[in-house]
Design a protein around this ligand. Structure first.
Ligand SMILES: NC(=O)c1ccc[n+]([C@@H]2O[C@H](COP(=O)([O-])OP(=O)(O)OC[C@H]3O[C@@H](n4cnc5c(N)ncnc54)[C@H](O)[C@@H]3O)[C@@H](O)[C@H]2O)c1
Length: 271
């Protein structure tokens, strides 16, 4: 409860998409702890309840909420304008909103494919185009994009649409990082393994409808640290990348996976 324990985001304004639940909620909680002004954006009106919970933890946090769809560019332009109108500018964008539905590739409909493209790729594209004019006017900023280890590094069966879109975000990150480096906008992406969020609980049901908890236990068993990430652990990475502490880091892919992409086999070794 109470005061910011450290103000490394003090005076900075951040827009966080997908902030009603899961990682976006964890990111918003950590941003509030570090003193940022926050605009929490989500498709779901539940974002208001989530903001109320975070205000309860950090009573002097300055938070607004906006119900908007990242896949709709006009809504994101409006969200960016309302954020800048409220707080003066936008320093940081956490492009976190994303979706994942599993299906065998031969059963995956074009609608399912396009749903992933619309939210995961166009949603980040729209968010970046909405905030960059404010960052340019303000002399710089930081964009943090939620990619994944899925697609760019590893993949499981059924993730074709998701993996494709998350890998695409690495390309977007690198291009924007180069394009805006001399105008002081840094662009980085996170590559998370697994955190326990509503998304992962849904994936566990799709993988093992009879016993989704066992699917979650199996994920943990495959991670060298033997657990999933907490959303606030991912929030700490987003806070570092958003803050001036990461001032020379741009175009980076930051793996945060408890070591899950490290093992070469499941059988060879001494433990
Ligand atoms: N949880 C993980 O293990 C994991 C791993 C790697 C990457 N990621 C990525 O992290 C991000 C967040 O994942 P999560 O697990 O918190 O997901 P989640 O489904 O638990 O929460 C996502 C939030 O985004 C919102 N949202 C969905 N579509 C939206 C849209 N069109 N516009 C605005 N808001 C929208 C949802 O309402 C929800 O509040 C995603 O981009 C995901 O791909 C998650």
């Amino acid at each position: 409860m109470g005061q910011h324990i450290q103000g490394k985001l003090e005076g900075k304004t951040a827009i966080i998409t997908g902030a009603a639940a899961g990682l976006g909620e964890g990111i918003a909680e950590v941003y509030a702890k570090y003193g940022a002004n926050i605009c929490m954006v989500d498709l779901s009106p539940d974002v208001e309840h989530t903001a109320a919970r975070i205000r309860g933890l950090h009573p002097d946090a300055r938070i607004i909420t906006i119900t908007a769809n990242v896949a709709d560019k006009a809504q994101m332009i409006d969200a960016a304008k309302r954020t800048a109108d409220t707080f003066g500018t936008i320093d940081i964008a956490c492009c976190n909103a994303g979706v994942c539905r599993l299906a065998p590739f031969e059963d995956m409909t074009d609608e399912m494919r396009d749903f992933h493209i619309d939210v995961n790729i166009k949603g980040v594209w729209n968010s970046c185009q909405a905030v960059i004019p404010y960052m340019l006017a303000n002399g710089g900023g930081s964009i943090v994009i939620a990619s994944s280890v899925t697609g760019d590094i590893v993949a499981d069966a059924g993730e074709a649409a998701y993996a494709m879109t998350k890998a695409a975000l690495v390309g977007l990150t690198k291009c924007l990082a180069v394009e805006y480096a001399d105008r002081h906008i840094r662009v980085n992406c996170s590559q998370l393994g697994y955190a326990r969020t509503p998304m992962v609980e849904k994936m566990a049901i799709e993988s093992n409808p009879a016993d989704p908890e066992s699917a979650i236990r199996d994920i943990a068993a495959g991670v060298p640290m033997k657990r999933l990430a907490k959303p606030t652990e991912v929030g700490e990475l987003f806070a570092f990348l958003g803050s001036d502490e990461s001032s020379y880091i741009t175009g980076a892919q930051m793996v945060i996976d408890g070591g899950s992409t490290l093992p070469e086999t499941m059988s060879i070794g001494t433990n």
